[in-house]
Design a binder for this molecule. Structure first.
Ligand code: ADE
Length: 267
């Protein structure tokens, strides 16, 4: 079943970046997912098509007014119901729960079970709280920084989710082997030429020995995760490990310990 997104946004043109280009663009053309944008400006009742106003209590910036947003959200919800879906409104905001691979998979499962997502993209200082309280089911942030609006965050959600749909990535295993899927960062990748600017491709990758290559890749992933994301590393170690995983882990820890010792205790 194809996955359907609706986005409530003042800037539908921004979504061409995911709708028309690259992996997600091809998947949309192949009918694996669809997106319909709903512009609150099309639902204004005043002659100037105003969608924002000054905040009560004063202060900088403007706040998006409730009526056009409500009307656009209502239309998006109705379109999803007409398509047989149960709409969920997801507000993109730095105050939301951080987007993770696990969250993306939860969303995919919900969509495959008949949910549709209405992505609510704010602009200006924000959205009138009364709309958020009544209409929003979930809130997601793409990181601890402030974007000029929810559109880029919504596109991050769409992209991360669409690449996890069956049939989207060319190689069947590509999505399964990426960073975060096993809770670890990705290993390094190499292609031709065999030597580039004096640096050779690691010998093991040319050995043709698939078991050895898999072991090397896991070790690289672990070493990188330890160096760059100790939080993920700890979580991975806390899992039940296979014999081989435990042996690779011991090597990585020993080598990291040696590196710290060699630097005189400064990493
Ligand atoms: N809108 C503005 N900043 C955002 C962020 N970091 N995540 C999600 N939506 C946003």
């Amino acid at each position: 079943m194809a996955v359907r997104f609706d986005a409530v946004t003042l800037f539908p043109a921004m979504f061409e970046a995911v709708s028309a280009v690259g992996v997600t663009g091809r998947a949309r053309e192949a009918g694996l997912w669809s997106l319909t944008c709903w512009n609150p400006r099309d639902y204004t009742s005043n002659p100037y098509r105003t969608i924002d106003d000054r905040p009560y209590g004063g202060g900088p910036g403007m706040v998006m007014i409730p009526e056009p947003l409500d009307a656009a959200l209502g239309a998006a919800r109705q379109a999803q119901r007409d398509a047989g879906l149960a709409p969920r409104v997801l507000h993109l905001t730095p105050q939301g729960e951080r987007l993770t691979h696990a969250r993306v998979l939860d969303m995919r499962a919900a969509m495959q079970a008949g949910a549709g997502y209405v992505l609510l993209c704010g602009r200006y200082e924000g959205i009138d709280e009364r709309v958020l309280v009544r209409e929003v089911d979930e809130e997601v942030s793409v990181g601890d920084y402030v974007l000029s609006g929810g559109e880029l965050a919504a596109m991050a959600v769409i992209d991360a989710l669409v690449r996890q749909l069956p049939g989207v990535l060319g190689h069947a295993d590509s999505a399964a082997e990426e960073s975060f899927v096993a809770g670890l960062l990705d290993c390094p990748h190499y292609t031709r030429p065999e030597e580039y600017r004096g640096v050779r491709v690691p010998q093991v990758l040319m050995s043709g020995d698939h078991a050895k290559i898999a072991r090397w890749r896991l070790k690289q992933s672990l070493a990188r995760t330890l160096a760059r994301r100790p939080d993920l590393f700890e979580a991975w170690c806390a899992r039940k490990l296979s014999k081989q995983e435990a042996s690779i882990l011991a090597e990585v820890k020993a080598e990291a310990g040696e590196a710290v010792a060699a630097s005189g205790g400064h990493s």
